[in-house]
Each structure stands twice: as structure tokens, then as C-alpha cells.
Design a protein around this ligand. Structure first.
Ligand code: NAD
Ligand code: DAU
Length: 360
């Protein structure tokens, strides 16, 4: 039985990946989920799988080399899928240091522990061991509105402390590939959306605010473009790259689904109005009048757009979920998980929201 060590599995994409992998492989794989449970990690996301014999949760910090080395010593790990990170750009602008610690040092610890566990005396690696580093398209910087795309060969030009820390972590992985022939891949993915996404990010924030008749904050002119991918398509891409990709290679993952932020917000409002039953009192609250233009994000990247040509040609991955379907599925999930939203937005979230938006 193949054993996966998943880092950050209690966060948004990690959770969806774990559910995807158990749906796909059932009891043929074992997953160890290591997560320190920051504000973004939530064990409630994994309640359905927590009693499975082939699933284990370990609370540990990826910057804690001793704890991570112990995990490798006590388990025969075949695959590492490394999601754990600080992931929100706005937080990185306010508090960059934790991004360097988790994203850079944490990745160094993961790489070093995997290398130590998998390396043979002659410097080669045990067969069929693989490390996948989950990264972002933000490392490539910002595109103009001119129809160009991010390719795997696009030079790195990160702008935010978040993207700079992810770029550094990618460089570390590349250095292990080049120096030690370490068996790794990197995926650089565009903006994900779907169930379990924390409502600091645009789509769940807008859904949550709109349903309460709260303002919908649009940064700048609302015309920044992101390339949105349904999270299950990302999970599938990660698994396909790990099993079918050429070791040492980077693969971009994206949906060719570019939209301006204001378009996304209007689609969410229209879809909520369509999906809410006629007698639901929230229907009267959801309105385009809630849209409020606020001060722009500092250093706000204008446009992201992935060219997923390589992953399609070499591996046969393509996005499957059309945005119209993915957004309905996401909204339906949030309708069915009101408690989840209440739980994650109680306590610290209120403080975060006030600090980030009150005087904006
Ligand atoms: P998230 O913020 O929702 O989840 C991050 C998880 O990592 C949380 O469970 C958190 O508790 C855990 N974590 C944070 N610091 C840790 C530490 N020191 N030790 C152990 N666990 C720790 O993030 P996400 O949106 O699910 O993103 C996951 C990964 O995918 C990140 O590496 C991110 O850079 C990358 N990515 C995200 C997107 C996106 O649109 N969300 C797109 C491309 C790539
Ligand atoms: O591109 C991949 C990246 O996508 C990931 O690496 C990051 O982890 C993930 O957070 C995401 O980064 P973005 O900054 O693009 O996502 P966010 O949801 O924060 O913002 C999307 C766009 O919406 C961005 O242009 C900023 C804008 N925005 C965001 C918020 C939270 C607003 O206009 N208002 C808001 O309140």
C-alpha cells in the first residue's frame, strides 16, 4: 500500500485533495496528514475520513525538523504532497515574516527530511519515491491585458511577500533537483475556488457577505484578472503530475478561465439570486448595490493567466469543470454548510475583517 505524506491537508486545497484521493483510490492508499492547524486549518473538513484506518492526522509544524524527521523515521513514506503554506496575499503584506518562515524554511525542512529518508549510500534515491511541491502562478509576476500567458519558461518575478516566499520555496525544490537529482516535481497553479475555501479569499468572502447583505469590497477598479480553476480539477492535476509527470519537471495548471474580479462578483450575485428559494429571506439582501469599491491592494498584480499546454500535451490533463457549473456547486456547498461558515468566521475572523476592511 502506497503511503502519502500530505502537508497542510486541513486547509482548503489539501482537504479537497484528500477527499479526491480517497474517492479515487479508496483503501488502496494510506494518507498521513501533517498540519499545525493555523487559522486556515480546520479538522472539521475531514470529519468524513477521520475514522478511516488508512488515514492519520498528525499535528505538527513543518518548520519543526525533529517532528518531521520522526514522521519519516516511523513511516515508510512513498509520496510527499506539500501544500502547507501561508497562502493569503493580503496577510503577507501586513505580516511577511511568517510567510518566510513557513513557506521557505518549512519547505527546506520537508525537502531535507525526505532526502535523508530516501537517499541511498551511493547518493541515488530509493525507487518510486516522489515529492510534489504545490506552488502558484503568482511566482511569475503580473501580465498585461495583451493575451500573453505564463509558461513554465516564464522568468520568475514575484511581487508580494507571499509570492516571493513561494518563489523562494520553488527555487529550493529546483536546487534539490539540480544538486541531488532529488525526485521532485513542482506544479504552479492558478486561482482555485470550491468547497472549504476560507472566506478571506474573494469568492467565499463575496458569497458570505452577500448572503448577509454586507458590503462586497472590490479592490481598485475591479478589473484585475484571475484565471479560476475548480479545486477538484487541481487535485486531479496534482495526482496526474505525480504519477505521470517527468521527474524534475515543472507543470503549470490552469483553467483558461480568465475573469475580471468585478465579473466574478456579478456572477456570484446573479447565481445567488437564481439559486435562493423565493421564500428565503436572504434573497432580498443579495444585490449589486452591495458592491463597494475600496482602496487597492498594495502592489496588486494586474492579470494572471496560465498556459496549460505542457500538462495537456505530456500528461493529458485538462480542466473539466466549467465555471458556470463550478460556481453553482460551490454556492450549493456553502448553502449546505452554514454551520461551517459560522464556525470559521467566529472569533479571530472578525478581528481580521475589521483590521483589513474597516478603514479601507
Ligand atoms: P490554506 O491557507 O487554505 O491552507 C494552508 C494549510 O497549511 C492550513 O491547513 C494550515 O493550517 C497549514 N499550515 C500553515 N502553516 C503550517 C505549518 N507551519 N506547518 C504545518 N501546516 C501549516 O491554503 P490553500 O489555499 O489550501 O493552498 C495550499 C497550497 O496551494 C499553498 O502552498 C498555496 O501556495 C498553493 N496554491 C493555492 C492556490 C489557491 O488558489 N488557493 C493556488 C495555487 C497554489
Ligand atoms: O493565483 C494563485 C493564488 O490565488 C494563490 O497562490 C493564493 O494562495 C490565493 O490566495 C490566490 O491569490 P489572489 O490574491 O489572486 O486571491 P484573492 O482571493 O485574495 O483575490 C482574488 C482577486 O480579488 C485579487 O485580484 C484581489 C481581489 N479582491 C480580493 C479580496 C479578498 C478584492 O477585490 N476584494 C477582496 O476583498
Amino acid at each position: 500500500m502506497r503511503t502519502y505524506l500530505v502537508t497542510g491537508g486541513a486547509g482548503f486545497i489539501g482537504t479537497n485533495y484528500i477527499h479526491y484521493m480517497f474517492r479515487k483510490y479508496g483503501d488502496a492508499i494510506r494518507i498521513i496528514n501533517v498540519d499545525v492547524l493555523t487559522y486556515a486549518g480546520n479538522l472539521e473538513n475531514l470529519r468524513e475520513v477521520e475514522d478511516k484506518e488508512n488515514y492519520t492526522f498528525v499535528r505538527a509544524d513543518i518548520t519543526d525538523a525533529e517532528a518531521i524527521a520522526k514522521l519519516f523515521a516511523e513511516n515508510e513514506i512513498d509520496r510527499v504532497v506539500h501544500f502547507a503554506a501561508e497562502s493569503h496575499v493580503d496577510r503577507s503584506i501586513r505580516d511577511p515574516e511568517v510567510f518566510v518562515k513557513t513557506n521557505v524554511l518549512g519547505t527546506a525542512v520537508m525537502l531535507n527530511c525526505a532526502k535523508t529518508a530516501w537517499e541511498l549510500p551511493d547518493g541515488s534515491f530509493m525507487p518510486d519515491k516522489k515529492f510534489l511541491h504545490v506552488s502558484t502562478d503568482e511566482v511569475y509576476g503580473s501580465l498585461e491585458e495583451d493575451g500573453t500567458y505564463f509558461y513554465e519558461t516564464t522568468p520568475y518575478a514575484p511581487h508580494s511577500p507571499y509570492s516571493a516566499s513561494k518563489a523562494s520555496s520553488d527555487m529550493l525544490v529546483k536546487s534539490y533537483i539540480d544538486t541531488y537529482h532529488f525526485p521532485a516535481n513542482i506544479t504552479n497553479c492558478s486561482n482555485n475556488y470550491g468547497p472549504y475555501q476560507f472566506p478571506e479569499k474573494l469568492i467565499p468572502l463575496v458569497i458570505n457577505n452577500a448572503l448577509q447583505g454586507k458590503k462586497l469590497p472590490v479592490y481598485g477598479d475591479g478589473k484585475n484578472v484571475r484565471d479560476w480553476l475548480y479545486v477538484d480539477d487541481h487535485a486531479k492535476g496534482i495526482d496526474m503530475v505525480q504519477e505521470l509527470g517527468r521527474l524534475g519537471e515543472t507543470y503549470n495548471i490552469g483553467g483558461h478561465n480568465e475573469k475580471q474580479n468585478i465579473e466574478i462578483i456579478n456572477i456570484i450575485i446573479d447565481t445567488l439570486q437564481e439559486m435562493l428559494p423565493a421564500d428565503d429571506p436572504r434573497r432580498a439582501l443579495v444585490s449589486r448595490d452591495l458592491i463597494t469599491y475600496v482602496e487597492d491592494r498594495k502592489g496588486h498584480d494586474r492579470r494572471y493567466a496560465i498556459a496549460p499546454d505542457k500538462i495537456k500535451a505530456e500528461i493529458g490533463w485538462e480542466p473539466e469543470t466549467k465555471f458556470e457549473d463550478g460556481i453553482r456547486r460551490t454556492i450549493a456547498w456553502f448553502f449546505e454548510h452554514e454551520e461551517w461558515m459560522k464556525n470559521v468566521t467566529s472569533g479571530d475572523y472578525q478581528k481580521y475583517y475589521e483590521e483589513m476592511y474597516q478603514n479601507r
